[in-house]
Design a protein around this ligand. Structure first.
Ligand SMILES: N=CN[C@@H](CCC(=O)O)C(=O)O
Ligand SMILES: [Zn+2]
Length: 415
């Protein structure tokens, strides 16, 4: 089955070859063809080009006059399996408490842990599937989902099984990450060493054996997990064949980046507080920096110094961090807008950070992230637009008209 999309006002993120993540000034260019066609054969991109070369032998055709096409977003950092909400903490922060003060009172991550442990797998699946459907309608085609609100083997496995069920039931590509070291659960209070041992000796072996996780994560932060504890977790994960993606430098810089680069982890995520030394370290390694600007927006913390990272010639990825505490939104259009408005990325840089570069942060670059022959036909069609800049410019509007995943049109409220 071949479908021709014709009269595309502008077809974005065309890459005949993409062999490496875009770095520094390479991110300035977002290659496109104006007045273009795109041919989808079954679930794959078969051809594209200028309208004058459009084929005439397709089974179906879709008129895209006035509208634009972009490969779907790749959201490489989310926590969308969670129970309930943290609306009261949101109001508490408005009234002056900090994220840390709320945690010290037993709230924050531990609030979500208590709720998740008391919620059935079916209910977790139901709530997460509604979130996932919303993300798809907002243009996301690949998503990473973390555990980390269970913090016991049993509750972490429950979360990971929910993620597996989402993988089975939705056309969106999903990668699962085990985040056992998110906070110390109440039963290990005062015995953090014991909890790290539990993660390394019991949880990682069992979870690796189950095949339910693609990656391992930890929250390296003052008051959460130390650099040495996290190194131990990363090394254990490596022994069990799992790569790591690590939360670092959200509030303080304590050497997490040095350690992650030394251990060659896949990505370091957050980076709201980054020293010049951290940037020098990142330049020496292959670890991918991931910024989460809508987290900065929601809890009013500094934004990742994205321009500094790009000026240093580093690659950059942006992701949503969708979670109940620090970012209760996974709208990647808003992530792109916030990247432009607050981190001063150009729209071209922001779209590159949310598509092709993000594919590298989830190791899906062979199948996703650009309009390339042979990649999955996962893309969104905009409403009629003057230019693609409208997406970050009209930051509160839904400008996505339809979403195709693996060549199939999805339900979108935008239509
Ligand atoms: N900071 C660590 N983890 C999440 C927040 C978790 C929560 O507050 O529930 C984050 O990435 O922001
Ligand atoms: Zn996170």
């Amino acid at each position: 089955m071949k479908t021709l999309f014709y009269n595309i006002k502008e077809l974005f993120q065309i890459r005949e070859n993409n062999n490496a993540i875009l770095k520094g000034s390479e991110m300035k260019e977002l290659p496109s063809i104006k007045n273009a066609f795109l041919v989808v054969e079954n679930d794959l991109i078969a051809d594209y080009g200028s309208m004058e070369n459009a084929p005439t032998n397709c089974d179906e055709s879709v008129d895209v006059s006035g509208k634009m096409i972009m490969p779907t977003y790749i959201d490489s950092h989310t926590h969308i399996v969670y129970a309930g909400n943290r609306e009261q903490e949101f109001v508490d922060r408005i009234n002056g408490l900090t994220y840390d003060e709320i945690y010290q009172r037993g709230g924050g991550i531990l609030n979500s842990v208590e709720k998740l442990r008391n919620t059935s797998e079916d209910e977790l699946y139901h709530d997460a599937s509604l979130r996932l459907e919303e993300l798809i309608s907002q243009g996301t085609g690949v998503v990473e989902i973390k555990s980390g609100y269970g913090l016991s083997l049993e509750a972490e496995l429950k979360m990971l099984r929910v993620i597996k069920k989402l993988k089975e039931n939705y056309p969106v590509k999903i990668k699962a990450t085990f985040l056992g070291a998110h906070a110390v659960p109440p039963e290990f209070k005062g015995n953090q060493v014991g909890f790290v041992d539990e993660i390394c000796q019991k949880m990682i072996p069992e979870i690796a054996q189950s095949g339910l996780a693609d990656y391992v994560d930890a929250f390296v932060e003052t008051g959460y997990f130390t650099v040495d504890e996290t190194r131990k977790i990363i090394k254990t994960a490596t022994q069990f064949g799992l790569k790591s993606k690590i939360h670092v430098n959200q509030f303080t810089t304590i050497g997490g980046i040095d350690m992650c680069v030394e251990e060659n982890v896949l990505s370091v995520d957050h980076l709201e507080v980054v020293s010049d030394q951290d940037i020098e370290t990142l330049k020496k390694g292959k670890t991918i920096p991931v910024a989460l600007p809508t987290c900065s927006y929601f809890i009013s913390i500094p934004y990742t110094p994205a321009r500094k990272l790009l000026n240093a010639g580093l690659p950059l990825v942006v992701a949503s961090d969708y979670n109940p505490g620090t970012t209760p939104s996974g709208n990647m259009n808003f992530v792109v807008a916030t990247s432009c408005i607050k981190m001063k990325l150009t729209p071209e840089e922001a779209f590159n950070a949310a598509t092709i570069n993000a594919a590298y942060a989830l190791e899906v670059e062979k199948g996703y992230g650009s309009i390339t022959k042979g990649k999955k036909a996962s893309f969104f069609i905009t409403k009629p637009l003057h230019s693609i800049y409208a997406i970050p410019y009209n930051f509160g509007s839904n400008l996505i008209e339809s979403v195709y995943l693996n060549g199939k049109k999805q339900n979108t409220p935008g239509e």
